[in-house]
Design a protein around this ligand. Structure first.
Ligand SMILES: NC(=O)c1ccc[n+]([C@@H]2O[C@H](COP(=O)([O-])OP(=O)(O)OC[C@H]3O[C@@H](n4cnc5c(N)ncnc54)[C@H](OP(=O)(O)O)[C@@H]3O)[C@@H](O)[C@H]2O)c1
Length: 128
C-alpha cells in the first residue's frame, strides 16, 4: 500500500468500532495519524490497541454539546494541524431518548454535535 496519507492528521468520531474503526485502520495503513474521538470504554481501549501507535484518543460524548466543546478545546490545545475531519459516529435509537440539551437523540448525536464540532474546528482546517 502506498503512503498517500503520510503527514496527514485526521480526526474521526466513533472510530472505536464499525465503519469508523475500519476507516481509521485504512487511513493509518496509508500513513495518516488518526485521533479517534469516542467515549472512554473497553471497546475504545481495544480499538486503540488494535490500531497501534498512529492512533490517539480524545474523549467525547456526542449526546452532550458541552462535551463536544471540550473535545474541540482539547484537540486545539494538543494539535496544530487538522487535515480531515470525519463526522462518522451515529446511532439509531429504538426508543425515544433525549440529549443532555433536550434534543432528540439521533438528531443531536448524528447531526447537531457534528455541526458544532465542524464549526469549532474549521478555523484550524482553513488557516494553516
Ligand atoms: N452500517 C450501516 O449500514 C450504515 C448505514 C447508514 C448510515 N450509517 C452511519 O454510519 C456511521 C457509522 O455506522 P456503523 O455501522 O459503523 O455503526 P456502529 O458500529 O454502531 O458505530 C457507531 C459509532 O458511533 C459512536 N457513538 C454513538 N453514540 C455516541 C455518543 N453519544 N458519543 C460518542 N460516540 C457515539 C459509537 O461509539 P460507542 O461505542 O461509544 O457507542 C460507535 O463508535 C453512523 O453515523 C451511522 O449512522 C451506517
Amino acid at each position: 500500500m502506498t503512503h498517500t496519507m503520510h503527514g496527514k492528521k485526521i480526526l474521526i468520531t466513533g472510530g472505536n468500532s464499525g465503519i469508523g474503526f475500519e476507516t481509521a485502520k485504512a487511513l493509518i495503513a496509508q500513513g495518516a495519524a488518526v485521533v479517534i474521538a469516542s467515549r472512554a470504554s473497553a471497546k475504545t481501549d481495544a480499538a486503540l490497541t488494535a490500531l497501534g501507535p498512529s492512533a490517539r484518543h480524545l474523549a467525547v460524548d456526542l449526546s452532550d454539546l458541552s462535551s463536544v466543546r471540550a473535545l474541540a478545546d482539547a484537540y486545539l490545545a494538543e494539535y496544530q494541524q487538522l487535515d480531515v475531519l470525519i463526522n462518522n459516529a451515529g446511532l439509531f435509537p429504538a426508543k425515544q431518548q433525549m440529549t443532555q440539551q433536550g434534543f432528540e437523540m439521533q438528531f443531536g448525536v448524528n447531526h447537531l454535535s457534528h455541526f458544532l464540532l465542524s464549526q469549532l474546528l474549521l478555523p484550524l482546517m482553513i488557516h494553516r
